[in-house]
Structures are given as structure tokens and as C-alpha cells.
Design a protein around this ligand. Structure first.
Ligand code: GLC
Length: 619
């Protein structure tokens, strides 16, 4: 351990916000309905189960919940395959149950965001069934993306696109005469046919669905695959495969994501006398010059076409209909758009479009302080271009849970699920890093998203038997990918109850590892140092110090693998954050009090590896 020198070279990259709309600073908790809480004992979570556990969210201190889809659906992609956008699937309850949940949440001061899946319907949707029954060229077919095949007999798909979930993005249908006929496009599973968003009826229908839910009192929408609705004219061939949230070909992160930029090897970042207070100037990224009109980093005919923005401008007008005259924008939309660079993503957050977009660039960042400095700087700068809040997210229902990602031999790698025979995450190390990452994330200005169970420190389930898996990519890739079930295991509430309190019968749709008793909420509540109490303290302090609306200034004076910044309000009152992503302990600065730490701090002082602290100047 070495002695740190107080901050030098302050570098403000983001000013405190003057605006007060709730969504600018909200911490939003994602509820995955199948896995949160089951009230009727069938082993699947449901809406009454969510309502019965709302006090957990109040106690946690979040501002809003986002519900993954609960609409009528055959559940071939966990509800992201909707048959009726105005009905609740019986698995989850009824419309009355949804109304009760919205009312109960509002009564507790929690906002409610629902998931909207506009890119595709379920193949069971009445429109698609009608399209199958109607002939080629019919108005019914025109609501979807039907095309004739290539080759003499039309036996080849219309183009070479692969589905995000593996295998071809096209499926050929049988026509009414029993002969193979046209093909339809599905960027995801074949049970999820893509809608034709050039069609006015599709646009009118979805706007009506928005109004249906706004009238029921929802505070906003999470927009699924927001960058996918319009495809390039002519549907030209394209050789890549887009993977869920980053991956090999042309999407967020991938090979171009900031990585271990400084060539560090383990131990390299141990502070040395010459490093302290003597950082190379490029370790604090300069405010980048960003251009909102810059082209996409990886143009791709399936995604991020200019015309999608017309759709969101129209939706924004619909949301604004529900704001009382003269009031600030009270309903919000968040885009799930895997788009880079950050300035390109900011286009979805322009003043007349959505309010937020998920920051997947942050989610895919590897365990490296230089990479985090870069992505945080760029994210804030890009959002500032359009006056939107930055967002921060580490886990969701599509990715390996972040403690497990950070416990992998390559910390922060993003496999599409983890099998028992794959290299296993180090659970203790991953949790330590996961908590450290959460703590620096929750200090950042803007809005943050939490995924249900992360407040308990849940890891990925890495040894699910194949016969319980349900995620479609497992089947579409012939098992090459374990898929997303490992992050969707039902939550653990009470250590001593069957199914850890998830359901009254103890039945759970995916098995919970017996060892997860230690993560149960009742084992952590009120226990100093538990992950749950760390999240609660962080959210309380975040609110107390107005961190979500704060400005951000990078500080130097520490080794390169230490993130060092302060978040300050208009009066200059600041919380200082130190996150040690390096291999060795560093000294804490003199004259500061520790507000909160992600791990235990040694008696003699110092900040251990893989630990974050929030500090306040004591004098
Ligand atoms: C989004 C969802 C994912 C789903 C896909 C298709 O990426 O987050 O779970 O599989 O869209 O709807």
C-alpha cells in the first residue's frame, strides 16, 4: 500500500442538472415476472406475487419498476412473443391484477414502466394467423415481412440474414394448397415474425396500444429492439450475425469496445512512487468531440435505419397527450437499442423522441478502469449533446449476471450463458467485483437500472440441466449456446421455506441451487455488510446527496487502475468515489470520511483490491 496524494488536475466532464423530471435520476428495478414471486404455486411468478412483494422495493429504495412482458403469449421467448398486447397472460394473472399492481405501486410512490414489443408479434397473433391463411400479396401478408424465396423454386431464403438467436432469420410457410410457399422474416425466433413498420395500420395499432396502457396509468415504456423496426429497403444481403447485447459482428461493444487499453497484466497496476500523483495525462479522457450525425460504427441493414426515429416522434406525441397541460414530461420511454457509437445512440433520446436509452456500452465494459473512464466520459458527453440523462446498467434478463461475468477468468467476458463444463466464475471474487461495480455505477449522474436479484448478489446458475432450459437460442443453436436461463432463476426470498419462499408450493420453473440459501433476502435484511444492505445504503445516500442529478469531475492522483471521481451538486458539495480495480490495496486520502464501502476495509486504513468507497470530505 502506498500513500495517495490528494486530487490534482480536476476535469469536469458533466455539469449538475437543472432539470427535475423523475426519469432523469430514477433508479429503475427490472422485474422479470416469471422469476420474481409466485402467488398461486404453479412455479411461475405472477402479478399478484409482484404486488405482494412491493414493499421489498420500497425498502430497497428504488424509484420505479420496469415489468418485462406480461401480455398474452405462448412464452416461446419468455413473453417477448406477444399474442395480445391488451391482455395479460393467464400465467401471470388478469387485467384486474395489473390494475391492482399499478395502483399499489403508485400508492407506495413507485412508478411503473411496462415493456412494449413492437418489432414482432407472436406467430400465434391473430394478424399472423390471418396472414398465413391469406394468399401471397394479400393485405394480411402485408402487415408482416413476407417475401418470395430465391432460386428457381423459391426454395432459398430471400436473403442471407441470420436471426439474433441463431440460425436463419427466414422461415418458409406452407400455402393453403399444401405446397411450400413464401418466406417470412424473423430477426429472433421463428415464433416471432417481424411486423412491417412501413404499414400505417401497424403504426396506428401500436399507438393505440400505447394509449391503452397509458390510460391504465403506466408511467412509461421500455421499448424492445427499438432500433430494429425498419429494415433497409431491398433487404440486402449482410454477412454478419448480431448477438444479444454485444458480440462478434457489428454491435455494441464487440471488438471495438474499450478494453484493457493500457496493456496491464495482473499486478502491473500496483502503485509505485512514481505513479502516484503522476498519471500520464491520457488516463483522464479528454471530453470527446461527438457528432450526433456521425454514421453508425457498424452499419447493418437490419438495424438503426433513419426512419425508426419518425416512429418514436409519433409515440412521443402520444405520451405527451397524457401530460396535464403545463406540466413537465411525466411519462417516459427507454430504448433497447444496440447501437454505437454513443452519439448514435443519443439520437434515440432527442428532445422529441425517447427520454432514455440503455447504455449497453457500459454493460459490456470489461474489468478495467481505463475502459470505464472512457465509456463513462463518452456516455455523459453523448447524452449532454441532446440534453438527455445518461443511463447505467450492469445486468438484465439477457446477459450473464454481472457478479458472474466479473468472476470469469476474463473478467467481464460475455458468454451467451455458462455450462457446467465451461470455465466457472469465481463466485466470491465475482461478488466482490460485482458489488464494487454496482457502487460506482450508483454514484454516476443519470438514471440506473437494477435487475431483480442483483440486490441479493445472485450469481448466474451455471449448472442447469438441459431438459429444463427454455430460452430459444439454446434450441436454435443446437445447444452451442447455453442461453439466458441462468440469469432467470426464480428469486430467493426466505432461506428456510420451500423454493426459498418464491412460491407457496415450493415449485419453481427453473431449479434454484441449494447453496443459494445464503443469498435469501431474509438472511441479508438488517445484516451489516450484506449485499442487500449495501444496495439499500447506496440508494439512500444517492438520494440524500442528489447524485443522480450531480455533475461529474474526474480526479487523478491514483494508479491507473483506480477510478477516482467526484459527483457534485450546484453548491459544490461533493461525494468522492474511489474504485480500486487493480490488484493491490491503495491508501485512502486523508481528511475524508467513508460514507459507504462495497467490501470490508482493513482496520489500518486503505482500499483493498476490487472495492469501491464513497467518501465525504470531513472538514
Ligand atoms: C429483446 C429482449 C429479449 C428478447 C428480444 C426479442 O432483446 O430483451 O429478451 O429475446 O428482444 O424480443
Amino acid at each position: 500500500m502506498t500513500t495517495a496524494i490528494p486530487a490534482v488536475a480536476p476535469d469536469v466532464i458533466h455539469a449538475p442538472s437543472q432539470q427535475t423530471q423523475w426519469w432523469r435520476t430514477a433508479v429503475i428495478y427490472q422485474v422479470y415476472p416469471r422469476s420474481f414471486a409466485d402467488s398461486d404455486g404453479d412455479g411461475y411468478g405472477d402479478i399478484p406475487g409482484i404486488t405482494s412483494r412491493l414493499d421489498h422495493l420500497v425498502d430497497l429504495g428504488v424509484d420505479a419498476l420496469w415489468l418485462s412482458p406480461f401480455y398474452r403469449s405462448p412464452q416461446r421467448d419468455g413473453g417477448y412473443d406477444v399474442t395480445d398486447y391488451r391482455a395479460i397472460d393467464p400465467l401471470f394473472g388478469s387485467l384486474d391484477d395489473a390494475d391492482t399492481l399499478i395502483t399499489a405501486a403508485h400508492a407506495r410512490g413507485l412508478r411503473v414502466i411496462v415493456d412494449l414489443v413492437p418489432n414482432h408479434t407472436s406467430s400465434d397473433h391473430a394478424w399472423f394467423q390471418a396472414a398465413l391463411a391469406a394468399p401471397a400479396g394479400s393485405p394480411e401478408r402485408d402487415l408482416y415481412m413476407f417475401r418470395d424465396g430465391r432460386g428457381d423454386d423459391g426454395g432459398q431464403p430471400p436473403n442471407n440474414w441470420d436471426s439474433v438467436l441463431g440460425s436463419s432469420a427466414w422461415t418458409r410457410i406452407m400455402e393453403a394448397d399444401g405446397k411450400p410457399g413464401q418466406w417470412y422474416l424473423h430477426l429472433f425466433d421463428e415464433s416471432q415474425p417481424d411486423l412491417n413498420w412501413k404499414h400505417p395500420q401497424v403504426r396506428a395499432e401500436m399507438e393505440d396500444i400505447l394509449r391503452f396502457w397509458l390510460r391504465r396509468g403506466v408511467d412509461g415504456f421500455r421499448v424492445d429492439v427499438a432500433h430494429g423496426l425498419i429494415k433497409q429497403d431491398g433487404l440486402p444481403d449482410w454477412g454478419g450475425r448480431v448477438e444479444m447485447v454485444g458480440g462478434a459482428d457489428g454491435n455494441v461493444g464487440g471488438d471495438d469496445a474499450p478494453s484493457v487499453a493500457d496493456g496491464r497484466q495482473d499486478g502491473d497496476d500496483a502503485p509505485s512512487g512514481s505513479e502516484i500523483g503522476n498519471l500520464p495525462s491520457d488516463t483522464i479522457p479528454a471530453l470527446p468531440v461527438l457528432d450526433i450525425d456521425a454514421p453508425a460504427a457498424h452499419p447493418n441493414p437490419m438495424f438503426d435505419q433513419e426512419e425508426v426515429h419518425d416512429i418514436y416522434r409519433a409515440w412521443r406525441r402520444v405520451l405527451d397527450e397524457f401530460d396535464p397541460p403545463g406540466e413537465q414530461v411525466t411519462r417516459a420511454m427507454v430504448a433497447e437499442a444496440w447501437v454505437e457509437p454513443e452519439s448514435r445512440l443519443a439520437r434515440y433520446q432527442r428532445a422529441d423522441e425517447m427520454q432514455q436509452a440503455f447504455n449497453f456500452g457500459f454493460l459490456v465494459t470489461t474489468w478495467d478502469a481505463a475502459a470505464y473512464r472512457q465509456v463513462i466520459t463518452e456516455s455523459l458527453a453523448a447524452c449532454d449533446l441532446v440534453g438527455a440523462p445518461a443511463t447505467w446498467v450492469l445486468s438484465n434478463h439477457d446477459v450473464v449476471r454481472h457478479p458472474s461475468r466479473f468472476g470469469l477468468p476474463t473478467p467481464g467476458a460475455r458468454p451467451n450463458g455458462i455450462y457446467a463444463h465451461d470455465p466457472q466464475p469465481d463466485e466470491a471474487l465475482g461478488l466482490r467485483r460485482g458489488r464494487a461495480a454496482t457502487l460506482f455505477m450508483l454514484a454516476l449522474p443519470g438514471s440506473a437500472y437494477l435487475y431483480n436479484g442483483e440486490e441479493l448478489g445472485l450469481p448466474e446458475h451455471t449448472f442447469l440441466p438441459d431438459d429444463v432450459r427454455q430460452a430459444p437460442e439454446f434450441f436454435r443453436t443446437g445447444g452451442a449456446e447455453a442461453g439466458r436461463d441462468g440469469c432467470r432463476v426464480p428469486l430467493v426470498w426466505e432461506a428456510e421455506r420451500p423454493g426459498f419462499g418464491f412460491s407457496p408450493t415450493g415449485v419453481t420453473w427453473l431449479p434454484q441451487p441449494a447453496a443459494w440459501a445464503c443469498y435469501a433476502a431474509d438472511r441479508q435484511r438488517g445484516v451489516e455488510g450484506s449485499t442487500l444492505e449495501m444496495y439499500k445504503s447506496a440508494l439512500r445516500l444517492r438520494r440524500q446527496y442528489g447524485l443522480g442529478g450531480g455533475g461529474l469531475r474526474w480526479l487523478s492522483g491514483y494508479p491507473i487502475q483506480v477510478l477516482h471521481f467526484e459527483v457534485f451538486d450546484a453548491s459544490g458539495t461533493a461525494v468522492t468515489v474511489l474504485a480500486n480495480l487493480g490488484g493491490e490495496s491503495v491508501a485512502l486520502p486523508d481528511g475524508y470520511d467513508v460514507l459507504l464501502a462495497s467490501g470490508s476495509l482493513p482496520d489500518g486504513g486503505g482500499l483493498p483490491a476490487d472495492t469501491t468507497v464513497w467518501l465525504r470530505c470531513g472538514h
